[in-house]
Design a protein. Structure first.
Length: 158
């Protein structure tokens, strides 16, 4: 569960993923502050309190450093944040089980990494990755040697 590095100046073309996710009925958008409580509670319910805490951080300033995926009924299907635990970090991210395998996670990843590039970062760190193969395949992420447990060491056991 170490950290990974992503070259933001060498991201893949987002268009094919965005088009297929849109064709499947999903909308990727940056949420607004009136939606904060919905997103935080949903992440706590479907993922974890730690991730919900990071989403709170994403909503603590402007621009909100989070993207969400909505299904055809405008229900939450996934989320991806950046600049939450640490500046320059991507994550947390998750897609509800019933919506996985349709490109939603990759669309959220690419949208958030593009936002990080637009914010002036050259590299993103994917913190405490539990999906190295996925990130290697989608955005060419490479492991950062000796980064486990990295900056998360010594955290409070809940
Ligand atoms: C990782 C996650 C966000 C991907 O969402 P998704 O919408 O299913 O992603 P996509 O549809 O864009 O891509 C699916 C592909 O990623 C692969 N993948 C998903 N999770 C993976 C993992 N942990 N390790 C390796 N590959 C993984 C799938 O096997 C699939 O591969 P395929 O395209 O060859 O069939 C989702 O599986 C999830 O929420 N997982 C639980 C939370 C999590 O692990 N978050 C990341 C922590 S760093």
């Amino acid at each position: 569960m170490g950290d990974l590095l992503v070259k933001l100046y060498d991201l893949p073309d987002t268009q094919p993923t965005m088009a297929s996710v849109a064709a499947a009925g999903f909308v990727i958008k940056r949420p607004m502050s009136p939606e904060r409580r919905f997103v935080v509670d949903w992440v706590a319910e479907h993922f974890s309190q730690r991730w919900a805490s990071e989403v709170e951080m994403a909503f603590s300033g402007h621009p909100i450093t989070c993207f969400v995926a909505l299904d055809a009924e405008s229900r939450l299907a996934g989320f991806a944040c950046y600049d939450t635990s640490f500046r320059g970090f991507f994550g947390p991210t998750g897609v509800i089980e019933s919506s996985r395998g349709q490109g939603v996670g990759t669309a959220l990843l690419l949208r958030a990494l593009k936002a990080m590039e637009d914010a002036g970062y050259a590299y993103a760190v994917i913190g405490y990755s539990g999906a190295n193969e996925y990130y290697q395949k989608t955005v060419g992420a490479i492991p950062i040697e000796g980064s486990e447990p990295g900056p998360y060491r010594g955290w409070i056991q809940g």
